[in-house]
Design a protein around this ligand. Structure first.
Ligand SMILES: [Zn+2]
Length: 617
């Protein structure tokens, strides 16, 4: 029996197969009821009747206790809160007071009144806020609302997010293509053999024959590798290093390169960078993607035997401007970031960036908009690559200081200033904010003071607006109703990045606190009271649209992976089957088949890593 969920993002071909139960990993509700059924069926043997009666009793008690002790109407960050940060939980049941109790001995350590009730436009929930910012004693706690029950446990600690960061960044290792992966004794059974070792040119690439291009990260729940999404994902990770390096330098990810003298975040990013460099042709251009012709079934990566093909635009010059300019931007960052650790790799990146830059200047309109005939994998289509070129110019100038890149930036940046907005900020298709922020963060003496002021003012104005909006939101999340489209959780991360970049431009405690609010949303302070990072928090989601999680034999999904999140556009059958008038923040199901709300993806994952790195102490 094989599942045949074909994953999809907004621009992707929609090919949805029938829902077939996965024998390896049932849904949680199914699992619970079948456990009960098994207990009942076994009770026909007279000798074990008493034992069975007891086990059923225990099961019922456990269920009752779970209901009483873990009330999903009390929503908070299931990982926790830094010691001196604001601490807020949301209660969606009518109540007036709350207490915080220490998990070890149930002692009350804090009590308070809930705020007045407010209705959240995104979810339709009517909620009160429980503010326990005054609790600054490190420890493990739960929040109790008289008459309602208790929350999941959470921690208050100086390094409260270090484990979440470790798992989220290490999740990229799990996405590695072209090599065997093993999460080790910490996660026994989370392994896959080397995959996609053979490749060839698709006819749309303008070439033929073998082209292995082994390496890179599987993009999402599928096994494709896509240059434009690799661009923003890898760029974001490298920026996390540049901005928060002192916090990340010593964090060992337990990957094969650990201990080689290079910080592990850079070791992991290099795995994808090396593949991106292989996607560059001799003339400097980069092909758009490397995937099979269609999505494979829900199998482990080594069991995907569809040929891996380098795919181009189908007509001269075959490579695409967006892919090439993204490569120029990312390898320009890599040229400065790897300089202290591997000079020759840094130089290689600089050469690649300069060649890619020249190619994109020569072919500014070689867009990849639709898949060539016979290909149905993700498109990542984009009709305008001017923003990618502007980002590349900013990064190349930031790295080299050369006038040609600076001139290009100054000639083009103004039209992109409106992308530094408080709504729907940067994403894989709109990388203009990355280019503008790069200019703002560069701290070069030759910067143009007028351009710099415009970039800073626009970035700070947007951040202040996001702060105000988030304060007014009863869940303290920056998302508005229109934001609940494909990858809304990634967008919460994008807002976090926007705020943390603003904080780097002009330090402001409220920027960091609002970024933290978006992290709290992702880790449990949301309408579902669910942590959207696998194996993180007391009540994480469990059924990502992610082939290694669905096809493997492990009971839990691969750890550290961010779900795409609620999506009111409902591009899959699971979401379409939900009640028609659900508020946007509620259009989500923790089901593997819901690729439109529960897939994972490296660009969203990178935003989570950036956010965690930024708020870690
Ligand atoms: Zn692979």
């Amino acid at each position: 029996m094989s599942t045949y969920y074909l994953q999809n993002r907004p621009e992707r071909e929609t090919l949805i197969g029938p829902k077939v139960p996965n024998p390896e990993r049932g849904e949680s509700h199914v699992r619970k009821s079948s456990d009960r059924f098994s207990a009942k069926a076994a009770c026909h043997g007279s000798l074990i009747k008493l034992a069975c009666l007891l086990s059923v009793l225990v099961l019922l008690l456990t269920t009752a206790c779970a209901k009483k002790n873990d009330n999903p109407s009390i929503k908070l960050d299931q990982v926790g809160y830094p010691i001196d940060a604001p601490k807020m939980a949301v209660v969606s049941a009518p109540a007036e007071t709350f207490v915080v109790k220490r998990a070890s001995d149930n002692a009350t350590v804090f009590q308070g009144n809930l705020s007045a009730r407010a209705t959240d436009a995104n979810s339709g929930d009517t909620v009160e806020a429980a503010d326990f910012s005054g609790l600054q004693q490190p420890g493990t706690y739960y929040l109790e609302v008289p008459g309602q029950g208790r929350s999941w446990t959470f921690s208050i600690a100086p390094d409260v997010f270090s484990r979440a960061y470790y798992l989220a960044m290490r999740a990229f290792y799990g996405q590695r293509c072209g090599t065997a992966v093993d999460l080790g004794p910490e996660f026994p059974g989370y392994t896959h053999a080397a995959c996609h070792l053979e490749g060839k040119f698709h006819s749309s690439s303008g070439k033929q024959g073998r082209r292995d291009n082994v390496g890179g990260w599987h993009d999402a729940g599928d096994y494709g590798r896509y240059m434009v999404n690799s661009g923003i994902a890898t760029g974001t990770i490298l920026w996390a290093w540049e901005m928060f390096g002192p916090k990340l330098r010593g964090i060992k990810l337990n990957i094969p390169e650990s201990g080689n003298g290079t910080p592990d975040i850079l070791n992991e990013a290099r795995w994808n960078l090396e593949w991106m460099l292989k996607m560059q042709d001799d003339d400097g251009g980069a092909w758009h993607k490397q995937t099979s012709e269609r999505f494979c079934h829900f199998v482990m990566p080594e069991d995907d035997h569809l040929p891996s093909e380098v795919i181009g635009t189908g007509k001269p010059p075959y490579k695409s401007t967006c892919a090439t300019a993204d490569l120029a931007a990312v390898s320009a960052i890599a040229a400065r970031v790897y300089q202290p650790f591997d000079k020759s790799f840094a130089a290689k990146n600089l050469g690649a960036a300069q060649a890619a830059w020249a190619w994109a200047l020569r072919y500014p309109d070689a867009t990849f908009v639709k898949n060539p005939p016979g290909i149905s994998t993700g498109e990542y289509g984009d009709t305008d690559c001017g923003d990618e070129q502007m980002w590349a110019a900013a990064e190349l100038w930031r790295t080299t200081g050369e006038a040609q890149y600076h001139r290009y930036f100054l000639d083009h940046y103004a039209k992109y200033l409106p992308t530094l907005r408080a709504l729907d900020t940067e994403n894989w298709r709109v990388v203009a904010p990355m280019g503008l922020w790069a200019y703002g963060l560069a701290a070069r003496p030759d910067a143009d003071s007028h351009a710099l002021a415009e970039v800073r003012n626009a970035a700070l104005a947007a951040a202040h607006e996001v702060v105000e909006r988030t304060r007014r939101n009863p869940y303290h999340v920056s998302l508005v109703a229109e934001d609940f489209h494909w990858g809304s959780n990634g967008l919460a991360g994008n807002y976090g990045m926007e705020l943390l970049v603003a904080n780097a431009l002009s330090p402001d405690r409220t920027f960091v606190e609002t970024a933290l609010d978006n992290l709290h949303y992702l880790l449990g302070r949301n309408t579902f009271s669910i942590s959207w990072v696998t194996q993180v928090g007391a009540n994480p989601y469990r059924h990502p649209h992610h082939r290694p999680s669905g096809a493997g034999k492990n009971r839990e999904p691969w750890p550290g992976l961010l779900s795409g999140g609620p999506n009111a556009a409902r591009q899959d059958a699971v979401l379409r089957a939900l009640p028609p008038h659900l508020p946007p923040a509620k259009v989500y199901r923790d089901e593997q088949a819901s690729y439109a709300s529960n897939e994972i993806c490296i660009n969203w994952q990178a935003m989570l890593v950036f956010l965690l790195a930024g708020v870690m102490e």
